[in-house]
Design a protein around this ligand. Structure first.
Ligand code: 5GP
Length: 251
């Protein structure tokens, strides 16, 4: 499928104009970054795995009525998505303490939280995506109160879906980050889950051993990142063992 002009290049993906108006081709790179791009590497096969895994999660969400931007996967590294206006927030849902929450509040990593906790960060790399409150979001006009109600509902539904899918694969969903986009339909707007859902944006621990199967493997130098992501894909039946990932690059 022909893709159009490059629109945007981020740390892990490139966006191109899609074949139809209102569509975008999302290309998954092999680049891994952490700590606001202070740590960087190219991890062979990561892009292809994230493309497949994000397809799997987004398709499941669409099927249970949680709207996403995902339309279809095009090839090993590209998927077709609906163009949307990204709300400048990282929406984080946490089931167990880890990462910045553990540091900020002094709670041991892995401690189960009394209930899922939703946090918002302002998407701005130059500021390191700072944590913000709903007061900031309303006062600076990043999202309306109605949007915030809808975003909370979407985040919790994604959490229920992802927790269940992961539990079935023997994996604990510690936390994750999603992004939300606006799609305009005539005079109306609809909010959808956008960007990607993959082990780059989730914390995933093996239920039995606690082994990390997510980007912390890269952030904390715990081993081979592609092996960890391939294990998630294998358990979910997305890429059976032995079939990948050794992508032929499609550019
Ligand atoms: P933390 O705030 O503990 O660093 O991250 C919480 C969760 O959100 C983790 O699952 C982490 O992977 C995800 N997350 C937070 N910020 C980002 C980001 O800028 N990019 C990606 N891919 N994931 C993020």
């Amino acid at each position: 499928m022909a893709r159009g002009k490059k629109i945007y290049e981020g740390k892990a993906k490139i966006l191109f104009e899609g074949p139809e108006p209102g569509t975008i081709v999302q290309y998954f790179k092999d680049d891994a970054t952490a700590f606001n791009a202070e740590k960087k590497d190219v991890i062979d096969g990561k892009g292809a795995l994230n493309n497949r895994l994000s397809e799997y999660f987004m398709t499941g969400l669409n099927q249970i009525g949680v709207p996403t931007h995902f339309l279809k996967r095009l090839n090993m590294r590209e998927q077709l998505v609906r163009s949307c206006e990204i709300i400048p927030l990282e929406v984080i849902v946490r089931n167990f303490a880890a990462g910045t929450m553990s540091k900020r509040l002094g709670i041991e990593e892995g401690t189960q939280l009394p209930r899922p906790i939703v946090e918002y960060c302002y998407k701005d790399d130059s500021l390191g995506d700072p944590l913000v409150s709903e007061e900031h979001i309303a006062a600076f006009g990043w999202a309306s109160q109605q949007d915030m109600d809808d975003i909370l509902g979407l985040a919790l539904r994604v959490n229920d879906f992802m927790s269940g899918v992961m539990f079935g694969a023997g994996i604990k969903l510690i936390d994750f980050k999603i992004e939300i986009g606006r799609i305009y339909e005539g005079d109306f707007q609809r909010l959808v889950v956008a960007d990607e859902i993959s082990p780059d944006s989730c914390r995933l621990w093996d239920i039995e051993t606690g082994q990390k199967l997510d980007k912390d493997v890269f952030r904390r130098d715990l081993g081979n990142l592609t092996d960890a992501y391939a294990e998630v894909a294998r358990r979910l039946g997305v890429m059976p063992k032995g079939t990948g990932p050794k992508p032929t690059l499609v550019n």
